[in-house]
Design a binder for this molecule. Structure first.
Ligand code: A3D
Length: 316
C-alpha cells in the first residue's frame, strides 16, 4: 500500500522533527522544503540513512523547490521566525506574514487538494492568513497549538499526581500562550474529574505553568524554542487527518458562529478526518471560560485586522 505524501515547509527545529516523526511512525512519504540551500536536502538525506536501522518504509526528500509538494495530502507550515528577545508581537506578525502568505499561495498552486496545518506564530493570525491566501475552504486549514497546550497541561498534572501522562485527559482552547482557555471540567485523571484530586489553587498554578510552557523551555535553551512537543502535536493531528480517525482534538479553526464567535480563528475542539475539520464540537463552557475565549478572539481579530484580511477575503 502506498503512503500518503506529506510536505513540511520549513526544515528548522519543528519542521525537521515533524518530518522525522512522520517517517519513523511510517505515516507518510515526506517532502521537506526550506529556502536555505542544502538544509532540507541534508536533513532528508540524514533521515534516509536512518531508515535501514529504524525500518520505516517511507521516503524522505528535501528540496528548495515548492513544486516538490505536488500531490501532497497534507502540507505543514513551520517556516518562519520564532519570537526573539526584544521583538514585539506586531514585528513577529509582520515578518512571518511575509513568509507564510506566499507559501499559502504556493500550496494553492502546487498542492491544490491538500489539507494544511499551520504551526508558525503568531499561530491564530497565521491560520487566518493561510486561509485567505490559499483560498481553501475553512475545513481544510487549521492550526496546531491546542494539542500542544493540552499536552503540556497533561504532563504537568501527571507529574504532580505521579500518574502516567496518558492517564490524564485535558482540553485547552483559546489562543496559544497567555490567552489559552483550559476547560477545567474536561480534565480527568484515570477517568475521574481532576477537581476531586487537585485543589483549585494548585490547578490554577498548573494552568499558569502551561501558559508559560513555551517560555520555560526558551529560558532553559537560551537559543531557539520548543520543538519536540510541538512536532508531536502536529503528528497527532496528522494521524487523525491521514487515517480518517474522526478524533476530536483542540485545533485553531475559523469560526462562523460557533461559540458565538465569527470571522476569527481560535482554538476549539474539532473532529478531524480525511476531509479536514468535519465538525466543530461545542462544549458547554462556564461563563468565565466563555468570556476568556471571547477575549482571546478579540486579540486575534486585532492581528487579522492589522493584515487587512477582511472576513470575506479570509474565507476566500
Ligand atoms: P527554526 O528552527 O528557525 O526553523 C524555521 C525554518 O523556516 C528555517 O529553517 C528557515 O530557513 C525556514 N524558512 C524561512 N522562510 C522560509 C520560506 N519562505 N520557505 C521555506 N522555509 C523557510 O524555527 P522553529 O522550527 O523552532 O519554529 C518555526 C515556527 O513555528 C516559529 O514561528 C515558531 O514560533 C513556531 N512554533 C509554533 C508553535 C505552536 O505551538 C504554535 C510551537 C513551536 C514553534
Amino acid at each position: 500500500m502506498s503512503l500518503p505524501l506529506v510536505t513540511v515547509v520549513g526544515a528548522g527545529q519543528v519542521g525537521a522533527t515533524t518530518a522525522h516523526l512522520l517517517a519513523l511512525k511510517g505515516l507518510a512519504d515526506v517532502v521537506l522544503i526550506d529556502i536555505v540551500e542544502g538544509l532540507a536536502e541534508g536533513k532528508a538525506l540524514d533521515m534516509t540513512q536512518a531508515a535501514p536501522i529504524e525500518g520505516w518504509r517511507g521516503s524522505v526528500r528535501g528540496s528548495t523547490d515548492y513544486g516538490a509538494m505536488a500531490g501532497s495530502r497534507l502540507v505543514v507550515i513551520t517556516a518562519g521566525l520564532a519570537r526573539k528577545p526584544g521583538m514585539s508581537r506586531e514585528e513577529l506578525l509582520a515578518a512571518n506574514a511575509q513568509i507564510v502568505g506566499p507559501i499559502a499561495e504556493r500550496i494553492a498552486a502546487s498542492a491544490s487538494e491538500a489539507l494544511i496545518i499551520v504551526v508558525t506564530n503568531p499561530l491564530d493570525v497565521m491560520v487566518a492568513l493561510t486561509l485567505a491566501r490559499s483560498g481553501f475552504d475553512r475545513r481544510r486549514v487549521m492550526g496546531m497549538a491546542g494539542v500542544l497546550d493540552s499536552a503540556r497541561l497533561r504532563a504537568f498534572i501527571a507529574e504532580r499526581l505521579g500518574v502516567a501522562p496518558s492517564e490524564v485527559e485535558a482540553m485547552v482552547l483559546g489562543s496559544h500562550g497567555d490567552l489559552m482557555v483550559p476547560v477545567a471540567r474536561s480534565i480527568t485523571v484515570k477517568g475521574n474529574p481532576v477537581t476531586a484530586q487537585v485543589s483549585a489553587s494548585d490547578l490554577e498554578q498548573l494552568f499558569q505553568r502551561t501558559r508559560d510552557g513555551g517560555a520555560e523551555v526558551v529560558k532553559l535553551l537560551k537559543q531557539g524554542s520548543a520543538f519536540y512537543a510541538p512536532a508531536s502535536g502536529v503528528v497527532e493531528m496528522a494521524v487523525a487527518l491521514l487515517k480518517d480517525t474522526h478524533a476530536t482534538l483542540p485545533v485553531c479553526a475559523w469560526l462562523e458562529g460557533e461559540y458565538g464567535l465569527r470571522d476569527v480563528c481560535i482554538g476549539v475542539p474539532a473532529q478531524l478526518g480525511a476531509k479536514g475539520i468535519e465538525r466543530i464540537v461545542e462544549l458547554d463552557l462556564t461563563p468565565s471560560e466563555r468570556q476568556a475565549l471571547t477575549a482571546a478572539a478579540g486579540q486575534v481579530r486585532e492581528g487579522i485586522k492589522s493584515l487587512s484580511l477582511t472576513p470575506k477575503a479570509a474565507m476566500g
